[in-house]
Design a protein around this ligand. Structure first.
Ligand code: URA
Length: 164
């Protein structure tokens, strides 16, 4: 399933992989996790339709076992990087470990969230600002995380103002 949004969307959101509803509809974040994401965006005054929204993994992995399919992950990254080059969001929010590992490394989310990282033109994922945060599905399991998701999206959105 491809990601999408307006070309030149200033803000982008990258998730993990399609869930059941996403696989059925062909659209990212249309299920329960999508509702959490839209609530968090609304809390900072950002409209989903103004953002690039995609997933690092493009097909629903059997039993959601992404780590068992490293080749698929690598192949998907080629497509995701091409999508980012096309839509070119200047600031990206990475939702959960699968999404943030290529930029922030294999660390627990609490260690890397709340900070902004910059990559330059020479970086395989392009020249952008990046913010790592909790996956909306984790927020569904633990609602206390919602404020951190909102705070991290706010941090990303505030960087857009600095760039223009
Ligand atoms: N979880 C994700 O990571 N992506 C979706 O699109 C839906 C749920």
């Amino acid at each position: 399933m491809p990601g999408g949004g307006p070309i030149g969307a200033p803000l982008g959101l990258l998730g993990e992989a399609p869930g059941v509803q996403e696989a059925a509809s062909g659209l990212p974040f249309v299920g329960q996790a999508g509702r959490v994401l839209e609530d968090a965006l609304a809390a900072v005054g950002v409209r989903r339709q103004d953002c690039y929204v995609g997933n690092r993994v493009r097909c629903r992995p059997p039993a959601n076992r992404i780590s068992e399919y490293p080749d698929a992950l690598n192949e998907c990254d080629t497509w995701t990087r091409a999508e980012l080059a096309l839509y070119n969001p200047r600031v990206m929010v990475l939702l959960g470990k699968t999404a943030f590992t290529p930029i922030f490394g294999d660390h627990p989310v609490w260690q890397v969230r709340g900070h902004m990282r910059h990559t330059g033109v020479e970086h395989p994922w392009g020249s952008r600002l990046w913010v790592a945060t909790y996956h909306p599905a984790a927020v569904l399991r633990k609602m206390e995380l919602f404020e951190m998701l909102v705070g991290d999206i706010r941090l990303a959105a505030s960087a857009i103002g600095d760039l223009v």
